[in-house]
Design a protein around this ligand. Sequence first.
Ligand SMILES: [Zn+2]
Length: 287
Amino acid sequence: MRGAVLAAAAMLAAAAHAANPASWTQDQPPFRIHGDTYYVGSQGLASILVVSPEGDVLIDGDLPESASKIATSVRALGFRLEDVKLILNSHVHFDHAGGIAELQRITGARVLASEPSAAVLRAGGVGRGDPQEGLIPGIAPTAEVEVVKDGETVRVGPIELTAHVTAGHTPGGTTWTWKSCEKARCVNVVYADSLTPIAARGYLFSDSAHRATLAGFARSYETLRTLPCDLLITPHPEVSDFWGRIARRVPGDADALVDPTACVRLAASAHEQLERRLDAERAGRVR
Ligand SMILES: [Zn+2]
């Protein structure tokens, strides 16, 4: 009986794993995005390193199996893991936060997150009230997590990153902004959290019980529309045509990555996606 249960659990785990896009674990050599901002993720899942002489910041730990690859990428760039002083997160799903517990162990860094996200990081699993509860695997608990407030700026040496809670996809989803400079020229970088209305079977965004989720989405679109935004990066790189922009970049010229309309366009397409989802729910095409 126990063997059968274990076999079933293994099959479920394998099925969940098989459902992950191959790009999520496809190796990507790390590289400089702009100024002190580097890419240390895989082809399909972003992980961002911001460096300074007084310590570095890592955003997103991706899948559990990504942690060692991210660590390898940080070292391959010539940076030291013990210099990572802070780990931040877009949202607490297994594909962006799955490696954070392990990365904290490896680096000894502080982990900071919005209040709803911090609760999930500490407890592990999937957050109560998360639209995808029951649909996705949970995350391992992170030993120590501190809370950052909406609008708060966190610092490591000269690096200043500001947290903007952009709820909807998860209750505590957070967009991070900072300035990246190359010589005298600085750009506003926006690491915009996912805004896709994805839910487990039975969760309807149009349900009156989920008004707070809809209000969160509405505020998130407004936040994204109004943020100073020159260089947009998204946890799923393809959502902001990141690889297309990288391919168009002339080596040494960061301008191919810069698009001050990118955040406004992302907010509009995310809003459209939600409207389509709500139409489908009201028409009974999603249950
Ligand atoms: Zn997600």
